[in-house]
Design a protein around this ligand. Structure first.
Ligand SMILES: Cc1cc2nc3c(=O)[nH]c(=O)nc-3n(C[C@H](O)[C@H](O)[C@H](O)COP(=O)(O)OP(=O)(O)OC[C@H]3O[C@@H](n4cnc5c(N)ncnc54)[C@H](O)[C@@H]3O)c2cc1C
Length: 468
């Protein structure tokens, strides 16, 4: 079985197939970053004192335009990805908001998701109260609740569910290595080939027979890999490129329905009474104001010390005295927002050059305005919005949560590329398992949902009907 891409979706499927005894080869376009494979960057540079350096490494070295191109994808100026073992999953921050039913496809029942969310919760080591603790955290939680007011049951302001565990008294963020190896150490039946770019799927009739690929360092030599099951997990940009290059019969939805969360971000200096509760060794924290019906956005208050803009702090204010506030706003999912593949030009990976058509609807803009008002309410309740507080809307693509392009659907009606199991409608052994299948408007950081869906895909491949 061949899995293309070693990020969140790819490692979840590969680990599950390998744990069931299947012979699995993961093909990853990027280099081997850390040992063991798929290790999270923060788990390598784990000293808290070193965290600002981690920010520079992530944003300066590990994120790039798709396919390592020197140009953005069309006007998606900030759409960046990670090409290396673990993909973006080696850089993520571990926030796992539990999706509201309004953020999942209406044609799929809650019961279809429940066992997979439960299994993802376990495999990703998600602590539902892991967002923080201590006096300062409790004060911040109380003030955020005051700013927001009453909320529906289960969608109250709460600590963010967080994918990490404590090892030797330090926080180890969940990454691909957890999903690949399941604590069993190296599995002989799971192998990874790095620096190898998959260029297309080989088919015979309605069936895949393998993949063709090339080393990044030697693009002229064609490598063929035989496999009886293919899982494409190259991410929202990578997966549709491979399918487009393969000229498969995917229908008109391929590359369409791309969407993200419009991200409003600001950093606020906390009010004096909250600052007085801060310990010198105050740990990272994350507070969550969930998405709910009629309020299609979510807020997060966190301090990850990933930015190195200490120079912008007011005199006498330490980084630990501030909080980042992010508001992620759901946007409409429409076929007009799409990637456009140019088969006459190739990108640095030898795949079709990719452009994008992407814009906001009137409803999107109204939603962003309402969410911005709530962002201000929170900021002014917990911090000082008088002096130099500047919220900003991230450039398109900048949420790091880009989704769609290989949309999952209920039926083969031209509005989706894969079925509920991630299987291509018109091929019996080609699957997609990554953020690209998420084609329903939502505001939640997507990785928890992507991993849950990837586990469903693995079950389908293994002929299992559910997870005990
Ligand atoms: C700084 C940062 C913080 C984040 N924080 C969070 C968070 O707190 N919570 C959350 O839910 N999400 C977060 N995310 C987003 C999260 O990382 C992604 O949702 C997740 O990694 C997406 O998984 P994926 O499988 O779709 O793609 P990826 O993890 O990006 O993996 C795709 C892999 O496929 C490989 N690939 C692509 N094309 C090819 C090809 N042709 N041949 C071979 N290999 C190929 C790529 O090199 C890559 O390794 C964050 C992201 C970043 C960058």
């Amino acid at each position: 079985m061949a899995v293309v891409g070693s990020g969140a979706g790819g490692s979840a499927v590969a680990g599950e197939l390998a744990a069931a005894g299947r012979d699995v080869l993961v093909i990853e376009a990027g280099p081997k970053w850390f040992d063991p494979l798929g290790t999270h960057v923060r788990n390598v540079y784990h000293s808290e004192a070193d965290l600002s350096r981690v920010g520079d490494i992530i944003y300066g070295e590990m994120l790039s335009y798709p396919s390592g191109s020197s140009e953005p994808v069309g006007r998606l100026a900030d759409l960046k990805v990670a090409h290396g073992t673990g993909g973006m999953f080696a850089l993520w921050m571990g926030n796992c908001p539990y999706p509201d039913s309004g953020e999942l496809p209406t044609w799929m029942g809650k019961d279809e998701w429940a066992p997979y969310f439960a299994r993802a919760l376990e495999l990703m080591h998600i602590d539902r109260n892991g967002g923080g603790s201590g006096k300062m955290f409790e004060a911040l939680l109380a003030r955020t609740r005051k700013a927001i007011g009453a909320r529906p049951a289960g969608r109250e302001v709460m600590p963010m569910p967080f994918a990490a565990r404590r090892i030797e008294n330090r926080l180890k963020i969940t990454a691909s290595d957890d999903l690949f190896f399941r604590g069993a150490g190296s599995l002989p039946n799971l192998r990874i080939m790095t620096d190898c770019v998959v260029r297309g799927v080989l088919t015979d009739g309605g069936k895949a027979t393998g993949l063709h690929a090339a080393l990044r360092t030697n693009q002229n030599e064609r490598i063929e890999i035989a496999a009886d099951t293919i899982v494409i997990a190259g991410g929202t940009v990578g997966s549709p490129k491979i399918l487009a290059a393969s000229k498969l019969d995917t229908g008109p939805a391929l590359g369409r329905y791309i969407h993200e969360h419009v991200c409003i971000g600001s950093r606020v200096t906390l009010k004096q009474d909250i600052r007085e509760l801060i310990r010198d060794d105050e740990p990272v924290y994350s507070i969550w104001v969930p998405f709910s019906h009629g309020r299609p956005w979510q807020n997060q208050l966190c301090r990850f010390t990933l930015s190195s803009d200490g120079g912008r702090l007011a005199p006498g204010i330490r980084e630990v005295d501030t909080s980042d506030i992010f508001t992620f706003v759901a946007m409409d999912v429409t076929p007009e927002n799409r990637f456009i593949f140019d088969h006459e030009r190739v990108d640095p990976f030898g795949l079709p050059h990719t452009d994008a058509a992407f814009g906001f609807s009137r409803d999107d803009r109204e939603r962003i305005g309402a969410a911005m008002a709530e962002h201000f309410l929170i900021a002014s309740e917990v911090g000082d919005v008088q002096a130099g507080w500047t919220p900003s809307i991230y450039p398109a693509g900048g949420s790091t949560h880009f989704m769609g392009s290989c949309r999952m659907g209920e039926k083969d009606d031209g509005e989706s590329v894969v079925d509920r199991y991630g299987k291509l409608w018109r091929y019996e052994n080609i699957f997609v398992a990554d953020n690209s299948v998420l084609g329903t408007s939502n505001a939640g950081n997507p990785t928890f949902t992507t991993v849950a869906q990837a586990l469903r895909t693995a079950d389908r491949i293994l002929g299992r009907s559910g997870v005990a």
